[in-house]
Design a protein around this ligand. Structure first.
Ligand code: SAM
Length: 212
């Protein structure tokens, strides 16, 4: 029998508690994922990626809505996709991220592989207007972050595919609202939609739920 001193017993208890807490946080962001997200931002000279705060918000929306079938339109280098992927680890869902620029799509797929999320996120290179009709089924959550002038056309394309109570999130609705007035009017005036605009950072995100 091993005799343990009181401090040793305390240390063992603390270790047990930490292990239990660690188990509960099995899908928390790892230090490697945090470092990778910072690297993607640092390499993003065109400043295409959403802000860290917006990324955190996207993750939160995925988890709180329980979304399983998620679509991203405009994936760039995979920054926002990885944030949503962190949420999808909780819900058990999948993300399809469409990126028109072939080189950006290649880098996104590489970053997603480095994040250990290749099983959760599929990067589809190509024009989302052509790619979306080829994807089967409905979506629980759509994140729209392509060129702003196209938002209204994307709304028309994805709205019939959004599950009732599904969410459409659109980026830059505050700082680039002048480029998407038709989209903003459409989400406000459609009686089957409820929208709130939030500002995790200055760009602004519209959060729209489809009622039925
Ligand atoms: C603002 S960036 C996306 C940033 C990304 N969501 C992130 O936070 O990491 C916009 C991207 O949309 C892509 N894009 C624009 N129009 C598109 C389209 N029709 N289909 C697919 N991607 C498109 C652009 O090539 C660009 O990389």
């Amino acid at each position: 029998m091993i005799a343990l001193s009181r401090p040793a017993v305390l240390r063992a208890l603390v270790a047990l508690l930490l292990a239990a807490a660690g188990g509960a946080r099995a899908y928390a962001q790892s230090p490697e994922q945090t470092a990778l997200l910072r690297q993607i931002k640092a390499a993003d000279r065109e400043q295409l990626s959403v802000s860290e705060e917006d990324g955190r918000f996207l993750r939160l929306m995925v988890v709180s809505s329980g979304a399983k079938r998620v679509l991203e339109i405009g994936g760039a280098h995979g920054y926002s996709a990885i944030w949503m992927g962190l949420g999808l680890r909780e819900t058990g869902g999948r993300l399809t991220s469409i990126e028109a620029d072939v080189e950006r799509a290649r880098i996104a797929a590489e970053n997603i592989r480095k994040a250990g999320m290749a099983d959760v996120i599929a990067v589809v290179p190509g024009d989302a207007f052509a790619a979306i009709p080829k994807i089967d089924g409905e979506f629980d959550l759509v994140f729209l972050d392509a060129w702003k002038r196209d938002y209204k056309r994307f709304l028309d394309l994805v709205l019939p595919r959004l599950h009732p109570r599904g969410l459409l999130l659109a980026h830059n609705v505050v700082n680039k609202q002048a480029e998407m007035r038709d989209f903003l009017a459409a989400i406000e005036q459609n009686p089957n939609l409820i929208t709130a605009i939030v500002k995790p950072s200055d760009e602004g995100i519209s959060v729209t739920v489809k009622l039925r």
